[in-house]
Write a protein that binds this ligand. Structure first.
Ligand SMILES: NC(=O)c1ccc[n+]([C@@H]2O[C@H](COP(=O)([O-])OP(=O)(O)OC[C@H]3O[C@@H](n4cnc5c(N)ncnc54)[C@H](OP(=O)(O)O)[C@@H]3O)[C@@H](O)[C@H]2O)c1
Length: 411
């Protein structure tokens, strides 16, 4: 029985993970659940999965959850311990009773627990790409030292993992990793209409149902940029051998191109339960609850080069990984600030890349940026980049009240 801790259990990845686990009570036991503040969702999860420990990052929400547990589950075997202190939350990822950590917190907020799990040599099912973008070198070095296994559940990286058997030889047998991208909701929206884009429009992804931050990242294609950086670290691949191809049907989740002319692809429905089930059971295979792909029902498979003018975030991400050092970390921090401001109607959709570019320029000032040498340095540099991004945001958009159209439009 594998003992699992899910960090970000109330989010899109967290709930999909629990849906797969619920199908296999003989294989998996939920030891810990961690969320930020959504205690109603957490409550339902506690009732269904009876975890031993529950982490709630927001202290007020933790107080409310404790009160509810006290009133309804006190003195029963189903009453979990509640932790809220940041150090205790990070330590939970290294708990000796945990075999597998699902890293599904959104943003750099997931860094401390992912780092803790990696340093403790856990099996880490990684959805939280931002921690690898911010601290890729440190994470991969720590995983090697501790013996941690990082299994990607981002669908693209999971597809590449499936198409790239360990020990492919010689090392240059792999020519390229090809990451597919749906193109998001604005792939064919006239550029002249971009100024009308609202947060609701950006969160309406054509193929995937995801949390708000990654939905906006998909709409700007920064998500693909972050994935390029994630792939570079996970598969030790130079960025110039990682290609992004727009594939609107989201049937092929990514591909590996080999020197002999072969191209291996992983296909499936756009449903995160497939990569999650793959990583949970690896190297075995289990039922995920996802219906098999019906090839005859797939209308066709289209591929096109990404439109770099429409999606400047993609080039910003490529530039950051090529620059190296602290650049990806700054890119990620500025993106988190800009996306949060857009979701909060304080920034327009087209200003998101402007804030990121301005922050990169101001933070790095044309110098060779130094790579952080410890997680503490990552957190310090991340905090600095956020402050800078906040400052630049108010310069770029001095009138936040006019940032997005007053009425929600549709695309
Ligand atoms: N969704 C997808 O299909 C998908 C696919 C590939 C990769 N990913 C990656 O997976 C990660 C999660 O994405 P998502 O779409 O699942 O996001 P989401 O739906 O917004 O869920 C985020 C989760 O993180 C928790 N959280 C946020 N801040 C926290 C904090 N400070 N401490 C503890 N928990 C915190 C949230 O708790 P509350 O609910 O209490 O706020 C929630 O459980 C992201 O890195 C994303 O890029 C997602």
């Amino acid at each position: 029985m594998k003992s699992i801790a899910i960090f970000g259990s109330t989010g899109s990845i967290g709930t999909h993970t629990l849906a797969v686990i619920a199908r296999h009570p003989d294989r998996y036991r939920v030891y810990a659940l961690v969320a930020h503040a959504q205690i109603d969702v957490l409550w339902a999860q506690i009732r269904q999965f009876s975890p031993r420990i529950v982490g709630v990052a927001d202290p007020l929400a933790a107080v409310a959850l404790r009160a509810r547990l006290h009133a309804e589950l006190k003195d029963t075997q189903h009453c979990p311990e509640v932790v809220t202190d940041p150090l205790a939350l990070a330590a939970l990822a290294a708990d000796p009773l945990v075999d597998c950590v699902v890293a599904a917190i959104v943003g750099v907020a997931g860094l401390a627990s992912t780092w803790s799990a990696v340093c403790a040599g856990k099996q880490v099912l990684l959805a939280n790409k931002e921690s690898l973008v911010a601290a890729g070198q440190l994470m991969m070095t720590a995983a090697q030292a501790s013996g941690a296994t990082i299994l990607p559940i981002d669908s693209e990286h999971n597809a590449i993992f499936q198409c790239l058997p360990a020990g492919v030889s010689p090392p240059d047998a792999v020519l390229k990793l090809v990451l597919t991208a749906s193109g998001g909701p604005f792939r064919s929206l006239p550029l002249s209409e971009f100024s009308n884009i609202t947060p609701a429009d950006a969160c309406r992804h054509p193929n995937w149902r995801m949390g708000p931050k990654i939905s906006v990242d998909s709409a700007t294609m920064m998500n693909k940029g972050l994935e390029v950086i994630e792939a570079a670290w996970l598969f030790s691949m130079p960025p110039d051998r990682i290609e992004v191809v727009v594939h609107p049907q989201s049937v092929i989740h990514s591909m590996v191109q080999y020197a002999d002319g072969s191209m291996l692809a992983q296909l499936g429905r756009p449903d995160m339960r497939t990569p999650i089930a793959h990583a949970l059971a690896w190297p075995e295979r289990i039922d995920s609850g996802v219906a098999p792909l019906d090839l005859c029902a797939v209308s066709g498979l289209q591929f096109e080069a990404p439109d770099r003018q429409r999606f400047p975030c993609l080039d910003l991400a490529f530039r950051a990984i090529e620059q190296g050092g602290a650049a990806p970390l700054v890119l990620n921090a500025a993106n988190e600030i800009a996306v949060a401001a857009f979701l909060d109607h304080r920034l327009s959709f087209q200003q998101i890349p402007q804030v990121i570019e301005a922050t990169l320029e101001a933070a790095l000032m044309g110098t060779e940026p130094a790579a952080p040498e410890s997680i503490e340095q990552v957190l310090t540099q991340d905090a600095r980049a956020r402050t800078l991004a906040h400052r630049l945001l108010t310069k770029i958009n001095p009138h936040p009240e006019n940032s997005t159209p007053a009425t929600e439009s549709s695309t």
